[in-house]
Design a protein around this ligand. Structure first.
Ligand code: AMP
Ligand code: MG
Length: 404
């Protein structure tokens, strides 16, 4: 495949066409959080299964006009079945969560009562149903409590437990092999020689994989030698669902990753009309997505954000794949690239009723500091003229301000 430049939207569409959700598996309740449910979960019975008091107080017949009521010799506690029936002229002590005794249809709070020997008097009238949680008031038997496709957060995990589902079908997390390429790249704990640099991409990308819900697998650094690269790529694809590489996708004679992926599988594109992240090869090998990201640290992370993260989410069963977007105004002028869409790193903040964006300074694709603290990528279309302060642009919100 020669080098063909496509627009960012087309790149997104080609990635999405090539990835699909992983086969669902059974997960236990304590592994369920953060996953997407792959089945409908129903309530097998009514919840709560019995009418219960919502307060500590007195179970009574609401429409009883006795001025005071005889205290029954029984105390209703949570977890115990009532041992007495309540009739007009009587009241039974009940605790929060205890089943309502037969005959009673309301509970008077202990704060609204005064005990007089064997009797209790109420300082307020009581309506039928007051302070009672009826059977089936939360969930009805047969009701779909959680539909397929639901993301399982804390409340959803609690609902699974409520209906007795200690195992559920859900989508697994994609296992993502991450490797760095380049003769100049060394480990962070090594002292780089005069022409060497430390590997920041693998660590940044593994962190991004984790944040996107994937399981990162470190495959180390590969020199720019086709035989070594081929071996590593095969090893990676044998263990992982997805391969991410960085570096080696430019025009140099040491850029071997594109030809290798073309030889092993299908290359879907290799250039995107965007900045940063123009050299970027996306391929599938035996159905597994392979993202060959550029070597420049910012390009690698921006491409991850725009294409890899949504792909990983799709594999994990998510249907909402994109970050939220908002219209924001530029705090200062921005000069667009003449021909490529630029994804400008920025900090978006609320000022009064409006959202304003400041860029993170020099936007060189090697300057990882331009990504530090950024909570948005501004999608700036190509054009000849600088955008003045106040111009409305679209911000892709990659983090909320509280996370900075
Ligand atoms: P390449 O895409 O291999 O031409 O690399 C582009 C630029 O990114 C070069 O300046 C590389 O030194 C740099 N680079 C490549 N890989 C890494 C890495 N793993 N960590 C940091 N910088 C890298
Ligand atoms: Mg290189």
């Amino acid at each position: 495949m020669g080098k063909v430049m496509i627009e960012p939207e087309e790149a997104w569409a080609r990635v999405m066409a090539a990835v699909s959700p992983l086969p669902p598996r059974r997960f236990s309740l304590d592994e369920a959080a953060g996953r997407v449910l792959a089945e409908d979960v129903r309530a097998e019975t009514d919840y709560p299964p019995f009418a219960a008091s919502t307060v500590d107080g007195w179970a009574v017949v609401a429409e009883d006009d006795s001025p005071r009521r005889r205290i029954l010799d029984a105390e209703g506690r949570a977890g115990e079945m009532p041992s007495v029936a309540v009739i007009p002229g009587t009241a039974a002590r009940v605790m929060t969560g205890a089943p309502l005794p037969p005959g009673a249809d309301a509970v008077v709070m202990v704060e609204d009562s005064a005990v007089e020997g064997e009797f209790v008097r109420f300082t307020r009238p009581v309506r039928p149903g007051e302070n009672v949680r009826p059977a089936g008031s939360d969930l009805a038997a047969g009701q779909v409590v959680l539909a397929e496709g639901t993301m399982l957060g804390p409340a959803e995990v609690g609902l699974l437990a409520t209906v007795g589902r200690f195992e559920v079908w859900a989508y697994p997390s994609p296992r993502v092999a991450v490797l760095s390429t380049g003769d100049e790249v060394v480990e962070p704990w090594e002292s780089p020689g005069p022409a060497q640099i430390r590997d920041s991409n693998r660590y940044a990308l593994m962190a991004a994989v984790r944040e996107a819900g994937g399981i990162p697998m470190s495959l180390g650094i590969v020199p720019d030698r086709p035989e070594v690269l081929r071996e590593k790529v095969e090893a990676a694809l044998a263990q992982a669902d997805v391969l991410i590489t960085s570096g080696g996708v430019s025009e140099g004679d040491r850029d071997h990753i594109g030809p290798l992926l073309a030889e092993r599988g299908t290359v879907h594109f290799n250039r995107v009309r965007q900045k940063p992240g123009k050299p970027f090869t996306f391929a599938t090998v035996r159905g597994k997505p392979c993202f060959a990201l550029p070597g420049n640290p910012v390009s690698a992370l921006v491409s991850f954000e725009l294409y890899v993260r949504p792909a990983l989410r799709r594999m994990a069963g998510h249907t909402r794949l994109r970050r939220p977007e908002a219209t924001v105004r530029l705090r200062h002028p921005v000069r667009p690239d003449p021909v490529r869409t630029e994804f400008v790193r920025a900090v978006v903040e609320r000022e009064g009723d409006e959202w304003w964006a400041r860029t993170t300074g020099a936007q060189a694709s090697s300057r990882l500091l331009s990504m530090r603290g950024a909570n948005a990528l501004l999608r700036v279309p190509p054009g000849p003229d600088a955008l003045p302060e106040g111009t409305a642009v679209t911000a892709i919100l990659i983090a909320w301000p509280e996370d900075r």
